[in-house]
Structures are given as structure tokens and as C-alpha cells.
Ligand binder design. Structure first.
Ligand SMILES: NC(=O)c1ccc[n+]([C@@H]2O[C@H](COP(=O)([O-])OP(=O)(O)OC[C@H]3O[C@@H](n4cnc5c(N)ncnc54)[C@H](O)[C@@H]3O)[C@@H](O)[C@H]2O)c1
Length: 370
């Protein structure tokens, strides 16, 4: 069977991540045809040529629209800055391609709605890049909750923090432009929301606060530019099913490199997880003798599927890029008609609706129903 033909738009941080996933998925899983890396697009032909050679693509172009007309391409990965997602994803769907688009969908809700509508109309698979839901630990936590291992969940806290914008002297770039969105909300909060959505459901009502630690940032040209969005957000939420939840996101949190910390409290126990220690979780079960009760630290192992597809040895650990390989396998599964563990554009739109409700609650200083 011939593998899917792949087109890639953008070859930065996430573009490379998608390319590694497309390169690695068949060897890792052994149960899908090897994708054909047909063509990639960058801002200019020279960059595109260099990146195609590095990432293993047969062709390259300085005009992403060339991918739309290429009959060899079945799926397009969109890994450009947020402001371009809607235009590129909608065009790809209208050209009859499946789409794998990086989060968030789009800065404006109306554009996210256009993307979801285009996916429905095209009848093609359209999946968002919510890689953290693919961690075997998260999948197992979901099973534990469903099995009642910690009883009825009553409180969830989730924090996402990194420090790439913590330095006041860090240069202004597209992530500080209003055109990229609200800042911490649609850059960061969407990831915890993706986790909450697979574990418990979407928020029903929200109230948020946002803040700008630095009013302006230096520019590469030597001047300074006003920061146009908020690097911090704190949100109270009620989730579907009534669970009370707290979400905090901060792109300027010194010392935090990839923190996505979940604390889940139930009537019979608790579960802790942090993406910075993505190969383990802690489980507290209020059973047995109180003299031995405490958090058990569990390392991932082949039993935590699909860890076994990467390494036969327990406790050796997966990495960030492996989550993208799992996501890629799920995407291929969706295209093949299998039931897949992905956040498609319809579920992605629910996440965007939550983010916009949060932003509105901040402006209006009140709880908002999503
Ligand atoms: N899933 C995750 O964990 C995760 C992590 C980081 C970023 N992201 C998302 O990925 C997207 C890209 O972020 P990044 O950090 O990779 O950015 P980046 O700046 O590293 O890469 C963006 C790339 O897109 C290219 N590009 C821009 N305009 C283009 C055009 N018109 N045609 C072709 N190429 C174009 C740029 O030249 C660059 O190579 C963002 O939406 C971001 O939110 C997701």
C-alpha cells in the first residue's frame, strides 16, 4: 500500500517536529504505510530548498499555495504562526487535503469557526496539534479516572508555565503581537484545556484575569515596541459535569521550561502529573492502613500504551517529539477510518470558544458561560 503524500508549511520549531513525526511514524508503529514526504513550503525558495534537504522532502517551494495543486499531496501540515492558520487550513481543506494544524486554530473566533465549517464541508480529516493529550501517562490517567481509582473528582488545578518570555530584554517577536492572539490564553491555556477536555470535558463557565509583566520589549532593530497581548492568565472554571477547576498560564515564569502541572483531587485519592517529568505520575489512594498511605510515583512502561512501540524497557522514557509521532499515528488512523484519539477542528473550536469566553470575562470583569 502506498503511504500518504505529505505537504508541510513552515519549518520552524513545530515544522521540524511534524517532519520528524512524518519521518518516524511508520518505523515506530510498524503498522502503517510509510508516508511520502512530497513537498514543503517556506517563506522563500532558498529556505525551502535547504529545509527540504534537511527534513527529507522531495520538493520545495517558496509559495505554500503550490502544495494545494499538487496531486501527490494527501495531507498538509500547517505549522506557521497563528495568524496564518485559518487561511492555510481552509485553503488546504477546500483543495481536498486532510489537515494537521498547529494550535491554536486562529486568533479570531470567526476564523476558527470558518476552519471548523470548512472541515465539515470537505469531509476531510482535520486535526489540531494538541500533542500533550498523546502522552501515555495522560491516557493512563484518563483510564484511572474512568475506573474510579480516585473516586469522584471534585477539584482540578492545571498550570502551564515556561520562561522563554521571562527576560524583560527578550526581543519582541510575533508572539507579542495582537495578531497572534491574546497571549498566554491562546498560546498556552489551550494546551491545558486540551487535557481537561479529554479527562473531564470542556469548561461551562469561566472568569479570568490577565496581566502583562512587561509593557514593552526591545526590537531587533534597536528600538522598543509595546507588548500587544498578555503573558499571564489566571482562570477559575466550572467544567462539564460540575468539576471546579483552576487554570494558570505564564510565558514569563523564570525557571519553568515546560511545566504543565495537573493536580486532580477526588473522593478517594489524588493524581499529580507534570510535563517537565513527562514519564511519571503520582497516585494517592486513600485505602489500606493510614500508616503507609502516601503518593506512589509510577514510571511509564510498555504497559502504558503506546510506550511499547518506542522502547521495550520500562522507565527509559519518551520525549516531546515522541508525542508528535503518536499524534501522527492517530491522524493516519483517523484518515484510515479508525477511531482516533485526536482533537479535531470541531473539538478544537470548543477550546477556542473557551479561550474567547475567558478573554471576555476579563474585559467585563464577570463570570461568562461558554
Ligand atoms: N504543539 C505544540 O506544543 C506547539 C509548540 C510550539 C508552537 N506551536 C504552534 O506552532 C505554530 C508555529 O510556531 P513555531 O514556534 O514553530 O514558530 P516558528 O517561528 O519557529 O516557525 C514558523 C515557521 O513558519 C514559517 N512561515 C511563516 N510564514 C510562512 C508562509 N507564508 N509560508 C511558509 N512558511 C511560513 C517561518 O519562516 C517559520 O519557519 C504556532 O501556531 C504555535 O502556536 C505548537
Amino acid at each position: 500500500m502506498s503511504g500518504l503524500g505529505i505537504g508541510l508549511i513552515g519549518t520552524g520549531y513545530m515544522g521540524k517536529c511534524h517532519a520528524l513525526a512524518w519521518n518516524g511514524v511508520a518505523s515506530t508503529f510498524g503498522d502503517v504505510a510509510r508516508p511520502r514526504l512530497v513537498s514543503l513550503a517556506e517563506v522563500d525558495a532558498e529556505t525551502a530548498t535547504r529545509k527540504a534537504a534537511e527534513l527529507g522532502f522531495a520538493k520545495s517551494t517558496g509559495n505554500w499555495r503550490d502544495l494545494l495543486d499538487d496531486p501527490d499531496i494527501d495531507v498538509i501540515s500547517v505549522t506557521t504562526p497563528n495568524a496564518f492558520h485559518a487561511e492555510m487550513a481552509v485553503a488546504a481543506l477546500e483543495a481536498g487535503k486532510h489537515v494537521w494544524c498547529e494550535k491554536p486554530m486562529a486568533p479570531a473566533l470567526v476564523d476558527a469557526e470558518r476552519m471548523a465549517a470548512a472541515a465539515r464541508r470537505a469531509g476531510k480529516v482535520a486535526v489540531m496539534g494538541y500533542n500533550y493529550i498523546q502522552n501515555p501517562v495522560i491516557r493512563h490517567i484518563r483510564t484511572l479516572i474512568q475506573e474510579g481509582a480516585i473516586g469522584a473528582v471534585n477539584h482540578v488545578r492545571v498550570e502551564m508555565d515556561e520562561d522563554f518570555m521571562a527576560d524583560p530584554q527578550a526581543l519582541f517577536y510575533w508572539k507579542s503581537e495582537a495578531s497572534s492572539g491574546y497571549g498566554a490564553l491562546d498560546d498556552f491555556a489551550v494546551h491545558p484545556l486540551s487535557l481537561l477536555s479529554v479527562l473531564f470535558g470542556h469548561p461551562k463557565s469561566v472568569i479570568a484575569d490577565m496581566a502583562k509583566p512587561y509593557a514593552e520589549r526591545p526590537t531587533a532593530a534597536g528600538g522598543a515596541r509595546k507588548v500587544e497581548n498578555h503573558d499571564l492568565a489566571s482562570v477559575l472554571m466550572r467544567l462539564e459535569g460540575g468539576v471546579s477547576a483552576v487554570l494558570m498560564a505564564n510565558r514569563s515564569a523564570w525557571g519553568r521550561k515546560s511545566r504543565i502541572a495537573l493536580q486532580i483531587y477526588g473522593s478517594k485519592g489524588a493524581i499529580l502529573f507534570d510535563q517537565e517529568r513527562m514519564n511519571e505520575f503520582e497516585l494517592y489512594q486513600a485505602s489500606g492502613r493510614s500508616t503507609e498511605q502516601g503518593f506512589a510515583r509510577v514510571l511509564t512502561a510498555p504497559a502504558h500504551k503506546p510506550y511499547d512501540r518506542f522502547i521495550p524497557a520500562p522507565g527509559h522514557g519518551l520525549g516531546f517529539n515522541d508525542l508528535k509521532i503518536i499524534e501522527c499515528r492517530e491522524l493516519i488512523g483517523a484518515i484510515q477510518g479508525e477511531s482516533a484519539h485526536v482533537i479535531d477542528f470541531q473539538q478544537g473550536l470548543r477550546i477556542e470558544q473557551s479561550v474567547h469566553a475567558m478573554a471576555r470575562s476579563f474585559v467585563e470583569r464577570r463570570w461568562i458561560d461558554v
